[in-house]
Design a binder for this molecule. Structure first.
Ligand code: IDP
Ligand code: MG
Length: 142
């Protein structure tokens, strides 16, 4: 295992429901530390670029409307095996299929409003981190 960085977004439903604190606490308990963060309301263009891989999917328009519906907390998380670890902590995309005690099981409202985003590979993590943060905004925790 090695120290990795992954991109996490606390999505609008979890911000609206005041679950930011509980979600960050969970990451800290699991040894994923914040290396960069920004509170933002995404523009349509920024959200579309972020989810570009899903552009042809039927849910794309609705997903962009949801992701721009309210503020989000964007974070770079750093720690051992961070990419896979965050996917485990988040749980399955569909909260109905997410394991007990995962963030999506605990805080999702629906398949779309599923509380958190996490990069799905190291390659995605690199793209997603540089999509939101300049190098000098990321502060190594290790
Ligand atoms: P992931 O977030 O677990 O990586 P992806 O397949 O990359 O899942 O989908 C990106 C996001 O799009 C999901 O987190 C969810 O918010 C939304 N989404 C995925 N599939 C559907 C769907 O079938 N209907 C509505 N929204 C969806
Ligand atoms: Mg994904």
């Amino acid at each position: 295992m090695s120290v990795e960085r992954t991109l996490c977004i606390i999505k609008p439903n979890a911000v609206e429901d005041c679950n930011i604190g509980k979600i960050i606490t969970r990451y800290e308990e699991e040894a994923l530390k914040i290396a960069a963060t920004r509170f933002a309301k995404l523009s349509k263009e920024k959200a579309e670029g972020f989810y570009i891989e899903h552009k042809s999917r039927p849910f794309f328009g609705s997903l962009i409307a949801f992701m721009t519906s309210g503020p989000v907390l964007i974070m770079v998380l750093e720690g051992e095996n961070a990419v896979e670890k965050n996917r485990e902590i988040m749980g399955a995309t569909n909260p109905a299929e997410a394991a007990e005690n995962t963030l999506r099981k605990l805080y999702a409202k629906s398949l779309e409003a599923n509380a958190v985003h996490g990069s799905d590979s190291l390659t995605s993590a690199e793209r997603e981190i540089s999509y939101f943060f300049e190098k000098n905004e990321i502060i190594s925790t290790h």
